[in-house]
Design a protein around this ligand. Structure first.
Ligand SMILES: [Zn+2]
Length: 240
């Protein structure tokens, strides 16, 4: 399927906003990590090119640094190769037609928690989107083949996120905004959980009361208000 230039450009602008927010919130430690977005009604994916070798930070990323790839990672548009871990994005998007955006990054708290082999639990109201728990992918290696990406997608299942042991996280959403907010919420949940574990036992919230939030769509107020907040907070950083 092909996509119109306007659809690609709209996806590109949305992706830049996601990049700014995630970078601003410290989700891209040492400038590593990536976010992708599916161009609606196509098999095209917009993501940041492999700019790590070009001596700049993610905050200096511009629209021209984004590339368009097909569902196998072939570059359709742009002057960079995709990042080495692009199979995370292509395989998760292939496995999950409901997902429009994928984030892979290495935030501190979920990685620290993974070292205890404990999954991130729905310990706060915001974290109740992760019921019953965030699965742990027990392979810490970089994901650079489609087979490896497929295995990760299987561990993700129909959930919103997966933690890679001692490595990072993969978070998904039905929009760039939702994927970004899920990533920030996952990091916050892991921080609360680690602090609670230092003080005692970290219990998940009562599932009967808040477990329904696992189904919350991208249009749910909990996602849209947080996305609007983060976009406003980092609007000064936006290069459009
Ligand atoms: Zn990684």
């Amino acid at each position: 399927m092909s996509a119109s230039a306007a659809a690609i450009e709209a996806t590109r602008q949305e992706l830049l906003q996601g990049l700014r927010v995630l970078d601003g919130e410290g989700m891209f430690e040492k400038a590593f990590g990536h976010i992708s977005a599916r161009v609606p009604d196509s098999d095209l994916i917009v993501m940041m090119g492999h700019v790590h070798d070009h001596e700049r930070t993610l905050a200096q990323t511009e629209a021209e640094d984004l590339i368009v790839i097909n569902s196998d990672g072939g570059v359709v548009e742009g002057r960079f190769d995709p990042p080495g871990e692009f199979p995370i994005h292509t395989e998760v998007l292939r496995a999950r037609p409901d997902v429009m955006s994928v984030v892979h990054c290495h935030p501190h708290a979920p990685v620290a928690l993974s070292i205890t082999r404990t999954p991130v639990l729905p310990v706060t109201w915001r974290a109740s989107i992760f019921f019953p728990e965030v699965p742990l992918f027990l392979d810490p290696r970089q994901i650079e083949t489609s087979q490896h990406g497929h295995e990760l997608a299987e561990t993700l299942g129909d959930g919103r996120a997966v933690t890679l042991l001692g490595h990072g996280v993969v978070c998904v959403g039905a929009s760039v905004g939702q994927a970004a907010v899920v990533t920030i919420d996952l990091n916050d949940a892991a921080r609360f959980q680690l602090e609670a574990m230092a003080a005692g036992t970290a219990y998940p919230l009562p599932e009967a009361l808040v477990g329904h939030r696992r189904e919350a769509p991208a249009t749910a107020e909990g996602f849209t208000s947080a996305w609007n907040f983060y976009r406003a907070k980092w609007a000064g950083e936006l290069i459009t």
